[in-house]
Design a binder for this molecule. Structure first.
Ligand code: ZN
Ligand code: ZN
Length: 386
């Protein structure tokens, strides 16, 4: 038993320690790849001072900034309601991650949500809250909100917990989910470009060097072989460039997997925990019926994207959503279709492209569901009514 406890403890300690090592490692990886591309590759494959030269350097800066910004935000921000105790979580981890005590209003609201959930029968409960409404956290000593789970590494309950990511040393939750997803997107596109463009130049230069070598040892007379990148081309096959290519290629492949899981979670408004623990169980239960299971929080792919990214009272999002509502439900012409697509492109561009420090539009206790939408409890519905 003691052995099991100490093994478990060392796993969580290792996860926290890995986080402290992983953050500087990830930052230096991004900076190293950007530096090598900018110093060794771009001046060789383009002519310095031309449009291409500045454009490629701008791309390197743009992607590096977006990656680092979203990475730092994902490792900094989180949504926690606090514990029910008068003091924070104890131990050395408690000192490293001081937690706040939940306010009396929060505790009262958690009690209200739980007692409201208990009024429903088992089937309705499953449809509304996914699980037992009166869940109690034995570490934080308070009721858990819907979609809230206790993270053993952070030592606190986390709102809409997705997973604990050792690479950002933080839980991916309702607050930093959007930063984490954007980090993956920028890292995915950035490493793809940083792998393919210098990778092509590396291979071209390598082929040229092999041909020169072959000619040196052949018995044929002197022949001319054109150097694809001139005398500076030798810079392309140095060890730092090779190392940067290995890093970017590996990270790109990993990001493809992360993009798939993150994108699926975003479009269905589920978390990894809900997918693994709750959905699989419910799907199994639903197998014996003719109904298909759908998470009560899944409002449709488009609304789910907005739910993840929106910030409170964003006038641009409200305006674009109103514009979208102005288009009829049944599209009658190609122009209407174009208008809808254009509105959505602008909305996604606005919420995802400019770096923002605005908090997410969630209190960590209430999430819109099918039936709250139908009853007109969400902001959108209120806007339509007024
Ligand atoms: Zn807890
Ligand atoms: Zn955590």
């Amino acid at each position: 038993m003691l052995k099991y406890v100490s093994c478990k403890m060392s796993f969580f300690t290792a996860s926290t320690l890995l986080g402290y090592i992983a953050i500087p490692l990830a930052v230096s990886l991004v900076v190293f790849c950007a530096f090598v591309t900018s110093r060794d590759v771009i001046p060789v494959i383009t002519v310095p001072g031309t449009f291409h030269f500045y454009f490629l350097n701008f791309l390197v800066l743009f992607f590096s900034f977006n990656m680092l910004f979203n990475f730092i935000c994902a490792s900094t921000f989180s949504k926690r309601l606090g514990t029910g105790m008068t003091k924070g979580v104890g131990g050395w981890r408690g000192c490293l991650n001081p937690t706040t005590v939940a306010s009396p209003e929060t505790l009262a609201e958690l009690e209200r949500i739980a007692s409201e959930g208990l009024q429903y029968n088992a089937t309705q409960r499953r449809m509304r809250l996914l699980e037992d409404p009166k869940r109690f956290c034995l570490v934080c000593l308070r009721l858990k909100a819907p979609r809230e789970y206790h993270c053993k590494v952070c030592g606190v309950c986390v709102c809409k917990m997705d997973h604990h990511c050792p690479f950002v040393n933080n839980c991916i939750d309702v607050e930093n989910n959007r930063y984490f997803f954007l980090f993956i997107v920028w890292l995915g596109i950035g490493t793809f470009l940083d792998f393919t463009i210098p990778g092509y130049a590396y291979l071209t230069q390598r082929r040229y060097e092999q041909r020169v070598e072959a000619l040196l040892y052949s018995r044929r007379g002197p022949q001319s072989v054109r150097a694809p990148y001139g005398a500076k081309g030798a810079q392309l096959t140095t060890f730092p460039v090779f190392l940067a290519l290995v890093f970017t290629g590996t990270i790109f492949v990993c990001m493809l997997l992360f993009l798939y899981t993150g994108g699926r979670a975003m479009l269905t408004n589920t978390t990894l925990i809900e997918h693994a623990v709750v959905e699989d169980k419910i799907e199994y239960v639903y197998q014996s019926t003719q109904y298909a299971y759908r998470s009560p929080y899944d409002l449709g792919p488009w609304r789910n994207v907005i739910e993840m990214f929106r910030t409170p009272g964003d006038p641009v999002v409200s305006y674009l959503l109103q514009e979208e509502r102005a288009t009829p439900l049944r599209l009658q012409s190609f122009a209407q279709y174009c208008r809808l697509v254009w509105c959505r492109v602008l909305t996604v561009g606005w919420v995802a492209l400019p770096p923002t420090l605005r908090p997410a539009d969630h209190d960590g206790m209430h999430y819109p569901t099918f039936d709250s939408e139908i009853r007109g409890e969400s902001e959108e519905m209120r806007l339509v009514v007024s």
